[in-house]
Write a protein that binds this ligand. Structure first.
Ligand code: HEM
Length: 393
């Protein structure tokens, strides 16, 4: 197997990881990525196969688990109850409870409110240069997830602060400062939710937190710690990636000079899928092998990790013609932007709905929208999102 060297914080790589991905796909289905100390899959076939292979999973095998340092305890406590890092049977139980509360009706009911929100945000945008990432792309998902869960919209700035500090733990270049900030955010976030959940117990409403509390009160199905962990996961995952999916989409549409006709009702679904294929906001997730297994010629031992490069799989020429080109007219074909297999993104229908509403409204209300400086990606691999998106409307 080929061994590759690529720092995930190298500025050229952060700005454009796709040439590296193309070289790795050409090197074989699996490559050893020295900086991560892991085998990595870059092709569509290898990534999809491993996402679906039940001999691999996200939860760390118990014999590898360590206590973790004291200063990280609050963050680790939240992680320990996350459905994202669980495997069956715990994952099955937690995911079923979330899905029961996260109904397609609850999602589609959000549409008129998202439309009104997008219009209000555009009304408030300045006439001069402004940062669309902050003024629009961030606000749409964070306010929408507040509404879905039933958290006051005034909490949005706190949710953003806590979430950014907590997800920084997954980004390359983590330091002790990152860890202290994540632990502090987890303490504050958990404290807020404990208070909020107990208020809501006595004052049920028609929202997701109330539906999750009902599941918790049915008995042993959802413990209070799991309820808090699930709310934190939904509140964080509910905006972190969608912000950048919308912003990367705006950037691509403007840079490629794409005709806004691709945002018309009969074309928008393809455009959204193509944005998710061409420049998705999350590029890499890992799996542990649960037994000794040979896949794509590599022998994994129990506990070995494999990195799955979602962003690379999406540009695989074996699966898409002219894979390196943005073509919103291409027929929809499953890409890996939302993952696949057991952990396929719970929020994909919500994220797609937000993109389907936010992009057409933006371009219809701002027909002269243009970039006023070249956007740059932030140094936060495996996240692939912009630092800011300066535009004039
Ligand atoms: C464009 C925006 C989004 C992207 C690109 C995205 C991407 C992903 C990916 C790739 C995974 C699977 C990770 C893995 O297999 O290791 C995932 C899981 C998940 N996502 Fe999303 N997501 C987005 C939006 C959302 C939203 C809006 C929510 C919630 C409201 C959400 C909630 C979740 C949850 C709960 C999981 C864990 C599912 C499980 O472990 O069974 N996501 N997401």
């Amino acid at each position: 197997m080929k061994i590759c060297h690529q720092s995930p914080t190298d500025p050229a790589f952060v700005q454009d990881p796709y040439p590296f991905y193309a070289r790795m796909r050409a090197a074989g289905p699996l490559v050893y990525w020295e900086e991560y100390g892991k085998v990595a899959a870059f092709s569509h076939d290898a990534v999809q196969t491993l996402l679906k292979d039940r001999r691999f999973g996200r939860e760390m095998p118990p014999e590898l688990a360590t206590e973790g340092p004291d200063h990280l305890a609050p963050w680790l406590a939240v992680e320990a109850h996350s459905l994202l890092d669980a495997e069956p049977p715990r994952h099955t139980r937690l995911r079923a409870l979330v899905m029961r509360a996260f109904t397609s009706r609850a999602i589609s009911d959000l549409a008129p409110g998202i439309e009104a929100l997008c219009n209000d945000l555009i009304d408030a945008c300045p006439e001069d240069d402004f940062d669309l990432l902050e003024a629009y792309c961030t606000q749409v998902p964070v306010i929408t997830i507040c509404r879905l869960l039933g958290v006051p919209e005034a909490m949005a700035p706190d949710l953003l602060r806590w979430s950014h500090a907590m997800v920084a733990m997954y980004q390359a270049g983590r330091t002790r400062t990152t860890e202290d900030a994540a632990a502090q955010a987890a303490t504050e976030f958990t404290g807020f939710l404990r208070g909020y959940v107990s208020e809501r117990r006595n004052d049920p409403r028609d929202d997701l937190i109330t539906r999750l509390i009902a599941a918790e009160e049915e008995g042993t199905k959802l413990s209070t710690d799991e309820l808090i962990g699930t709310c934190i996961l939904l509140l964080n995952a509910g905006h972190e990636a969608t912000v950048h999916a919308i912003a990367n989409g705006v950037k691509t549409l403007l840079e490629t000079g794409t005709d806004p006709a691709v945002l018309a009702p009969d074309a928008i679904d393809r455009t959204v899928e193509e944005i998710m294929r061409y420049d998705p906001p999350l590029h890499m997730f890992s799996r542990y092998a649960y037994e000794e297994v040979t896949v794509f010629g590599n022998r994994f031992q129990r506990g070995d990790e494999v990195a799955l490069l979602l962003g690379a799989a999406n540009r695989d020429p074996a699966n898409w013609e002219r894979a390196e080109s943005f073509d919103p007219t291409r027929a929809i074909r499953t890409n890996t932007g939302f993952g696949g297999g057991l952990h396929f993104c719970v929020g994909a229908p919500l994220a797609r709905l937000e993109m389907r509403i936010a992009l057409p409204i933006l371009f219809a209300r701002c027909p002269n929208l243009r970039l006023t400086e070249p956007p740059t990606y932030s140094d936060s691999y495996h996240f692939h999102g912009l630092t800011r998106l300066m535009v004039q409307r």
